[in-house]
Design a binder for this molecule. Structure first.
Ligand SMILES: Cc1cc2nc3c(=O)[nH]c(=O)nc-3n(C[C@H](O)[C@H](O)[C@H](O)COP(=O)(O)OP(=O)(O)OC[C@H]3O[C@@H](n4cnc5c(N)ncnc54)[C@H](O)[C@@H]3O)c2cc1C
Length: 383
């Protein structure tokens, strides 16, 4: 291992791994650090990937479960509404396997990997950054915080920090019995999942049963137990084996504005890059990390700090305006009768389109494709 790197990335979740492998493939020396001993431990995502991510990125086939086209949306009184897409809309990632695969790709591209190591602090001066890690000190030219929703790196870099969260908890089963094709089942219930949904994600091989909501409004573990009893008639878990429990914070305040400076930047949940409405963060991880890798590559090769101005949450935030409004409305919907009425409306032909749009729409994290600075422009014009 070296003692000095071009880039150090704190956090080897999907955002950190995606950024590390792209930077290392550009020949940049990268150190990837995570406090976990192994990446298949303490996973906190259900891992549902949407069609747009599946189409645009090279997710390895064997790290994905069978495709899902069907969604059942349940009202508080458990009245279902069925939605079916013509396309394969979702696949549940086998996340431990996927993280390990991406890590292998990082190592193959030349990145160094430091597991079981916590980021503690950093100091910057004379054009270099000294990182204090639980295993010792490292020098780096640039620091990337991919350390999740409650990012310590964001705080230390004096960048913006997430302030609005929901929490999610889920149990993962094998051997659950659910009639019909693989499906996502979403339950609107302000007691079990205040401000969000309870869910069953079932692809025929794995089943995830979870609840999410504002932490001040419910007790997630109790809500999960109650949810399990409530869906007794819908899914048979008697012979199922629970293989994992997962839980975590999900930032829902929208992508943060101030996410980069000349010392470092934020990606993934640390940057608030999660859809405020659906709480999906995996597609934003892939896209924002790819953009971050382009910006950092350009910045390191030109030394031009102006390039970093392109990496601003302002660029993306306006694209989330409607979803931020929808989130604010969702946060206030606490009466079951109101949600029941809303679900009845959604069954009407015109409104039905809205439900289809939320579940099957292609809107996700925006891509930035314009060249950033002189070097990128040169590369583009040479094509
Ligand atoms: C219950 C739940 C279900 C979800 N389901 C979905 C879903 O189905 N589809 C979807 O699109 N999104 C989902 N999300 C959101 C999605 O999982 C996240 O947006 C995404 O995983 C964030 O990835 P990340 O790499 O930014 O952060 P993380 O995956 O949180 O990775 C951060 C990494 O940083 C490490 N770390 C943190 N602090 C330090 C430190 N000081 N030193 C060293 N390492 C550190 C952690 O160990 C961790 O490995 C879900 C979230 C939750 C909580």
């Amino acid at each position: 291992m070296r003692t000095s790197y071009d880039v150090t990335i704190i956090g080897a979740g999907l955002a950190g791994l995606q950024c590390a492998r792209l930077l290392a493939r550009q020949g940049i020396s990268v150190l990837l650090v995570d406090r976990k001993n192994s990446l298949d431990q303490k996973i906190h995502t259900t891992g549902v990937f949407v069609r747009r991510t599946l189409v645009d990125f090279d997710l390895p086939e064997d790290c994905l479960g069978p495709p899902i086209k069907h969604v059942s949306l349940y009202s508080p009184a458990l009245r279902p509404m069925e939605l079916v897409s013509q396309h394969d809309e979702f696949r549940i990632g086998r996340m431990g396997q996927l993280y390990q695969r991406y890590l292998q790709q990082c190592l193959l591209a030349g990145a160094d990997w430091l597991p079981q190591t916590s980021y503690l602090s950093h100091s910057a001066g004379n054009g270099k950054i000294t990182l204090r890690l639980s295993s010792g000190s490292v020098i780096t030219r640039y620091l990337i915080g991919a350390d999740g929703a409650r990012s310590r790196v964001a705080r230390d870099l004096q960048l913006e920090q997430n302030r609005e969260w929901i929490v999610g908890v889920e149990s993962v089963f094998q051997g659950a019995v659910l009639d019909g094709p693989p499906r996502l089942l979403c339950f609107l219930d302000p007691k079990l999942a205040p401000g969000y949904i309870a869910w069953i994600a079932h692809d025929g091989e794995e089943t995830h049963l979870g609840v999410g909501g504002y932490p001040s409004l419910f007790e997630p573990t109790t809500a999960l137990q109650n949810f399990r009893s409530r869906v007794d008639d819908i899914i048979d878990l008697r012979k199922a084996k629970q293989i994992e429990s997962r839980a975590g914070f999900i930032p829902v305040g929208g992508v943060l504005k101030n996410i980069a400076n000349s010392t470092g930047m934020l990606i993934g949940d640390a940057a608030g890059a999660v859809s405020p409405l659906t709480a999906g963060g995996l597609d934003p991880c892939m896209r924002l990390s790819a953009f971050a890798a382009r910006v950092v590559t350009e910045y390191l090769s030109t030394g031009d700090a102006a390039v970093l101005q392109a990496y601003s949450g302002e660029l993306f935030r306006s694209r989330f305006a409607s979803r931020l409004w929808a989130r604010r409305i969702a946060a206030t919907l606490r009466q079951p009768q109101l949600l029941e009425f809303g679900c009845a409306l959604l069954r009407l032909p015109g409104f039905n389109r809205l439900a289809n749009h939320v579940f099957f729409g292609r809107g996700s994290f925006p891509d930035v494709i314009e060249p950033l600075g002189p070097l990128e422009r040169l590369r583009y014009s040479a094509r």
